[in-house]
Design a protein around this ligand. Structure first.
Ligand code: ATP
Length: 647
């Protein structure tokens, strides 16, 4: 029995969390902010109303109007049995992470400005040099951040000031580098601090988030570790923030709105996530806190499969976060529009998700809300983990207890909530996400939220795994869905699983053959001659890809001139499946638009049959039946103590 269930009747109190964000809508699609709340006195979850009146991005099968629970992919929220009367109805006020969290105190204003906006909550946003500090509540780890020493940080007695650029109305020019947290070019640029929800360290001190540098700054976070990113746009820009204009609404989440950003000087695009910064109610505070948490974590990360953070900007009324723009939408959205994915696509996406998770987990950061709706896809099929509002850095002595996540993707240890949980919760959710990709529904979608939670927590049942999946895929999913978190493989281990491991080799072969089929690049240069076509074909054919190979060869023969070739290329639709050209070095430079290349047919058919021959570690192998091999997966957290100690 989950501990939270035992507590439920002791403090009967209904919690209603208001939704964040403004009510503006321009008709763009977006997720509805389904928020699940538990009323532990009557055991029924209460669904809060959608104040904005928009229709949630929500598969019908998850949404039962008769239920109090809206099982939406956007309904990832915090659930906690511990009722905190202080602070009203903030979901995160119930966060019991690390066992001490009882609520986020309101930030206390510390105003040093000549002009300020103050409200009755005591939250002040200044036009001069205002700052607000408050107690922070959770760990932020110990990343090295080059700009930390130069940021305006006030660390004392658990208080943390996180500084943001402040722009009164429109984006200002922004910082010029780590040593200039406020722009000398912007007369009204100031700093504001917010209490950081993730900045309390183990010793009670706070590590604060440095001033995020603006997109386009030569020394911005985006240009430092990330200047080799494929699009290379913002990284190389010297355009300042004042040139960024807010465009159409891309989507909504529970905590804010996401807009397209356009830089009128450079033509660059980004996504601007906004929440109201006027803390006139608990919702706004919660939104700010959540976005602040996202900023803190994202600003430390740089990986091709994690949405890149560019900077943040505090205006009169909004906190804006500049993010890499991922135009393809979420996996959830693609599933809604196009139905379940074929296995090669699942393989490809899974490999990238695992790659992102591996990077994240190596930094002892747990995402806690992995699901299709929080995974974005760019037009080339490149995956970007997004929505780090629930992510948390963990250290060796901390474990998490809060009931956070999205019900159908939630790991048993989160539901049971007895000994805490750690990084393996993301692996469980990964397994659920693979099932989501394969079926367009999460596991146990036939159950309503609470029933699903019981199924996850109180039964030994496994979710149905579609028969049509390959054995590799089934094996992979089963490993992710080990109920005992200590026997779940790590993300790093999963990268060696045959379901995803051999894609790069296969892709390399595909790229070679594709280059021969489409020899001309946009710049007029020619790919290497087709002299080794035969050997490539042999290679592919030996992997049961005759159909694919023949298709490519036929295409190759059909190519008569660069012009014909270009026509053929540009007429190809953008595929949700990653282009092999995109991911294999020099071929990036081609103008291929992620062709739904027939050779992809082979990628799920990688008929390597002997499971015995896939060592994951020197003494660890995947076997056909992972359930008999659980002892092999006594997992150690990368770079940390064994998981069992974390939990
Ligand atoms: N970087 C991005 N590029 C393009 N679109 C984005 C980006 N980030 C978010 N979006 C869009 O905005 C929507 C909401 O974003 P997001 O999920 O990050 O907000 P949220 O408030 O954190 O949501 P949640 O309710 O899941 O907590 C996404 O579903 C997606 O459609």
């Amino acid at each position: 029995m989950p501990t939270w269930w035992g507590k439920k009747s002791s403090k009967p109190k209904e919690h209603e969390e208001p939704r964040g964000g403004s009510s503006t809508s321009n008709g763009s699609s977006g997720g509805g902010g389904g928020v699940l709340h538990f009323n532990f006195s009557n055991k029924s979850p209460i669904r809060n109303s959608n104040k904005n009146g928009y229709k949630p991005e929500n598969p019908r099968s998850f949404d039962d109007a008769s239920s109090n629970f809206r099982n939406t992919p956007r309904s990832s929220r915090d659930f906690s049995p511990s009722i905190n009367s202080a602070g009203g109805g903030s979901s995160s006020c119930w966060d019991s992470d690390a066992g001490y969290k009882t609520g986020f105190p309101l930030p206390h204003p510390s105003v040093s400005s000549t002009q300020s906006l103050s409200n009755d909550q005591g939250i002040t946003f200044g036009f001069g040099s205002a700052s607000v500090s408050g107690s922070s509540v959770s760990s932020n780890g110990s990343y090295d951040d080059p700009s930390t020493s130069n940021s305006q940080i006030n660390t004392a007695r658990g208080q943390c000031e996180t500084k943001f650029n402040v722009r009164p109305k429109s984006p200002g020019p922004g910082s010029r580098g780590p040593t200039s947290p406020t722009s000398p070019l912007h007369p009204r640029l100031n700093v504001l601090s917010l209490d950081s929800p993730t900045s309390r360290q183990e010793d009670g001190r706070s590590e604060c988030h440095p001033l995020p540098l603006p997109p386009g700054s030569p020394t911005s976070s985006s240009s430092l570790p990330n200047n080799t990113r494929p699009n290379g746009l913002i990284e190389s820009s010297t355009t300042n923030r004042g040139s960024w204009k807010r465009g159409k609404l891309l989507g909504r989440g529970t905590f804010g709105h996401v807009y397209l950003g356009f830089n009128s000087e450079s033509g660059q695009l980004c996504a601007i996530k906004e929440v109201r910064a006027v803390c006139d109610d608990q919702t706004s505070k919660e939104c700010l806190k959540q976005l602040n948490q996202e900023i803190i974590l994202l600003s430390k990360l740089s990986h091709p499969n994690i949405v890149q953070y560019y900077g943040s900007d505090l205006g009169e009324e909004t906190l804006s976060v500049y993010l890499e723009y991922v135009s393809g939408g979420s996996i959830h959205k693609l599933l809604q529009e196009y139905g379940a994915f074929k296995e090669p696509v699942i393989q490809n996406y899974t490999r990238q998700i695992v790659s992102g998770l591996s990077y994240l987990h190596a930094r002892n950061t747990v995402h806690r809300d992995i699901k299709g709706a929080n995974i974005l896809v760019d037009p080339n099929g490149e995956i970007k983990l997004a929505d780090f509002g629930m992510a948390k850095h963990i250290n060796s002595s901390s474990s998490m207890l809060s009931f956070k996540g999205s019900p159908h993707w939630m790991a048993p240890e989160v539901v049971m909530n007895t000994n805490g949980y750690s990084l393996p919760v993301d692996i469980w959710s990964l397994g659920c996400t693979i099932l989501e990709m394969a079926t367009s529904k999460p596991p146990w979608s036939q159950y309503e939220g609470v029933a699903a939670i019981f199924k996850i927590g109180n039964s030994k049942d496994m979710p149905e795994i579609p028969d049509h999946l390959s054995n590799d895929a089934k094996n992979f999913i089963k490993l992710c869905l080990h109920r005992d978190p200590s026997t779940r493989p790590t993300a790093q281990m999963l990268l060696n699983h045959p379901f995803i491991r051999d894609q790069s080799a296969t892709k390399a072969a595909i790229v070679r053959i594709t280059r021969d089929a489409f020899p001309y690049m946009c710049d007029g240069s020619r790919t290497p001659p087709a002299s080794d076509l035969h050997s490539n074909r042999t290679c592919i054919a030996s992997q049961d890809a005759d159909y694919a190979t023949k298709s490519v060869l036929a295409a190759s023969r059909a190519v008569r001139s660069p012009r014909d070739n270009t026509r053929m290329i540009t007429s190809l639709p953008v595929s949700p499946c990653s282009s092999p050209l995109r991911q294999s070095g020099p071929a990036h430079k081609s103008c291929f638009l992620s062709p739904p290349h027939p050779t992809y047919a082979m990628m799920g058919q990688n008929t390597l049959t002997s499971y015995e021959s896939y060592p994951m570690r020197s003494n660890t192998k995947f076997t056909l039946d992972p359930w008999h091999e659980t002892h092999m997966y006594k997992v150690r957290t990368p770079g940390a103590s064994p998981r069992t100690r974390l939990i």
